[in-house]
Design a protein. Structure first.
Ligand code: COA
Length: 387
């Protein structure tokens, strides 16, 4: 190609190959241990049962039952969770996060924590905001319907171009990565930030014994870029695969046509509800099969995957999925968990696992970022370390 510089020719050769240039993580300072959570829950149970003693006595109301630290850890692997608002969650009279409503001239909470994670990703990639083309805010819950959180994050970072929100529950981040990768593949963008501020404490029913221990708050960011501009050290995105199958087994009916009361009391279906056992049984085979089939398409033996960064919802689910994919029981090195300290952080979970447990891999190592959750939805991102 006469007339083209070497740099331009390299760009053309590499153009359209999506990579992960860097990731970022924001972790709230406050954390709640199982012991603290259960003490508060059981105090609520005592108060409820005392206040309703007569109705319970005559069988009109069912007495509430204690939660237990042992059950929580055994059933889920969760030992603690970070939250944006600890004290009200532990107050048996409130049992939910509370914060002052922010004015229109203040950064919203999701934007604030999303920006912190995004700045870290940009810094790690050596990327300036003005070189980013788009921002996707991919999360389970949005603070408001519009203007999009992504556009506020874009503005706060000083990014030109465009942004929009997307919600695929626990799979939002992996769906965001594929969307960003597709922009790169199509040549519509060279640098896309996928930001996942997950303030899941807001959708959790802290009075529900079956699920009060599940969720925690966090924000992650993934910078998906064209290999042509990526830093020397990055992760090639070898393939992405998404899948959805409708299910009511994880559901939240909150919406703008159907709002929950400010306390979230009396309307538990406007918060997170699930049939945990059914989720477990139905999602494990669906996800394992998706991973194995996609590996086959890549002509890759899934057993050769060096590491799985799986969705962080339940340690037992991860154990089973990893076993089916790798053909043996995975150790912590092969399938690291962050459940113990972060709990289930919805779509951010697999990204936290990747962010905290990927620096030790070497060039050529392959791994899998994988999410699954409500929808049902599942997303797989096969990556290979470069540099
Ligand atoms: N403390 C003590 N006991 C509890 C309890 C608590 N907080 N919550 C429930 N139990 C009891 C139940 O009453 C039940 O008792 P029973 O057998 O006498 O009726 C027993 O523990 C088992 O309850 P179950 O809900 O069936 O527990 P489980 O072992 O299935 O674990 C989950 C529950 C939710 C942790 C588990 O099913 C799970 O994680 N599933 C997947 C969830 C998931 O990934 N969701 C995605 C969200 S994005």
């Amino acid at each position: 190609m006469p007339g083209l510089s070497l740099r331009t020719m390299t760009d053309i050769q590499l153009s359209g190959r999506p990579v992960i240039s860097a990731t970022g993580l924001f972790t709230p300072e406050e954390s709640i241990t199982n012991e603290e959570l259960v003490a508060s829950f059981n105090e609520y149970v005592d108060r409820f049962n005392a206040a309703n003693a007569e109705a319970i006595e005559v069988g009109e109301t069912e007495a509430l039952t204690y939660s237990s630290v042992e059950f929580i850890e055994k059933a889920s692997g969760i030992k603690a969770r970070h939250v944006m608002s600890k004290q009200p969650i532990l107050d048996p009279d409130v049992m939910g996060p509370r914060w002052d409503e922010r004015g229109n001239d203040e950064w919203s909470m999701m934007a604030e924590i999303g920006v912190t994670a995004a700045k870290q990703a940009l810094e790690r990639a050596g990327r300036k905001p003005e070189d980013v083309d788009a921002v996707l805010c991919a999360a389970s819950n949005m603070e408001r319907p519009y203007p999009a959180m992504a556009i506020e994050i874009q503005q706060a970072l000083g990014i030109e171009g465009f942004g929009f929100d997307m919600n695929v529950a626990c799979s939002s981040a992996t769906f965001g990565i594929q969307t960003a990768a597709d922009y790169v593949r199509a040549g519509n963008a060279k640098s896309v930030l996928v930001v996942s501020p997950e303030i899941t404490s807001g959708h959790l029913n802290w009075r529900d014994r079956d699920s009060h221990f599940i969720f925690g708050d966090v924000a992650t960011a993934v910078l998906v870029e064209d290999a042509a501009i990526a830093p020397e050290q990055h992760w090639d995105i070898l393939s992405t695969k998404l899948k959805t199958v409708f299910s009511n087994n994880i559901r939240n009916n909150f919406g703008f046509l159907n709002r929950a009361s400010p306390e979230g009391v009396g309307e538990p279906d406007k918060l997170f509800v699930q049939e945990g056992r059914k989720v477990f049984k139905e999602v494990v085979p669906m996800v394992a099969q998706m991973i194995i089939e996609e590996a086959e398409k890549l002509q890759m033996d899934p057993k050769t995957l060096r590491r799985l960064w799986l969705h962080q919802a339940n340690a037992g689910m991860n154990r089973l999925i990893a076993q089916r994919v790798l053909g043996h029981e995975a150790n912590d090195d092969e399938s690291p968990t962050v459940l113990d300290t972060y709990g289930n952080t919805s779509s951010a979970g697999s990204i936290i696992a990747f962010h905290l447990n990927s620096d030790d891999l070497v060039a050529g190592d392959t791994g899998l970022i994988c999410s699954f959750g409500a929808g049902y939805s599942a997303g797989a991102v096969f990556v290979r370390r470069v540099g």
